[in-house]
Design a protein around this ligand. Structure first.
Ligand SMILES: [Zn+2]
Length: 203
């Protein structure tokens, strides 16, 4: 394990931050992580890299994070995880169909050929027959109660696709909390002044 973020061992390699609570992984380039740590007053010593970071998966925010250097070229540093363009198109089209149908499905059967095709696509990626079957059975039932809507099986399908790495999980867009007071920002908080001056620096 390197001593410092700028060590030769880690230079050229990316840094993977893994959440010990939910398993969410995020890959950073050392430069981006160094910039982020500088912004929030965190240390770049390897042992303290994650001390002021929080899991960025929406709804988690845990502080039990681990940092490991990735061998160069193992996976591009990215968010969302990069998948093939055809896979991305197929899945986004399939999910658009299922979402549309979920919205107009109340009180009517919507088990159309279109939905079937979308579910076949989902099945290929999620590799989970149950979530697909569940959606299909409910879609075919025109006498559903409000509680037995399609939103829940759709949620399950999304969950499976995220777990399998095909969909990026929703992340918090705010990378660090901004210190709201006039006093100096403590470690882990971004100073408001730094936020205000950033666009000027880049211009
Ligand atoms: Zn987490």
């Amino acid at each position: 394990m390197p001593e410092h973020l700028s060590d030769p061992v880690s230079s050229g390699a990316d840094v993977r931050i893994t959440c010990g609570h939910c398993g969410f992984e995020e890959d950073w380039t050392p430069a981006a992580l160094a910039r982020h740590l500088a912004e929030i007053g965190g240390s770049q010593r390897w042992a303290e890299l994650t001390r002021h970071l929080r899991c960025r998966r929406f709804g988690c925010g845990a502080t039990t994070l681990d940092a490991v250097p990735l061998p160069p070229g193992s996976r591009p540093a990215n968010m969302p995880r990069r998948i093939g363009r055809l896979d991305a198109h197929l899945l986004s089209a399939a999910l658009a169909v299922l979402e549309g149908v979920t919205q107009r499905s109340h009180g009517q059967a919507v088990a159309t050929l279109e939905v079937r095709l979308a579910l076949l696509v989902v099945h290929r990626y999620a590799r989970d027959r149950d979530c697909v079957r569940r959606f299909w059975l409910r879609a075919a039932d025109g006498n559903r109660t409000v509680d037995a809507g399609l939103a829940e099986p759709l949620q399950l399908i999304r969950h499976r696709l995220v777990a399998a790495g095909w969909l990026a999980p929703p992340v918090l867009l705010e990378p660090a909390r901004t210190w709201p007071w006039d006093s100096p920002a403590p470690p882990g908080w971004k100073a408001p002044a730094a936020v205000a001056t950033r666009p000027d620096e880049q211009a």
